[in-house]
Design a protein around this ligand. Sequence first.
Ligand SMILES: [Zn+2]
Length: 74
Amino acid sequence: MWLNVDFPTKKLTLHENTCIFIPSKESKHKGIYGFLRDGGWLYFDTRYEALIETAHKHPGFACGSCMWCASKDD
Ligand SMILES: [Zn+2]
């Protein structure tokens, strides 16, 4: 699972590994495996780990699933 941590909007969005929105490289303000000014993309083996990370490190952030990923679920 990938978790997009977005500081400006205080949002955490979970993505499947196959999601088209997962960036292949860091952008100017968004990190991969770490944070830049606007947040970053973190990788987790499971949804559970991603949500634990969410609860402990980013209180007050809204958590949701990617719409594209959700459309791929069976
Ligand atoms: Zn997605």
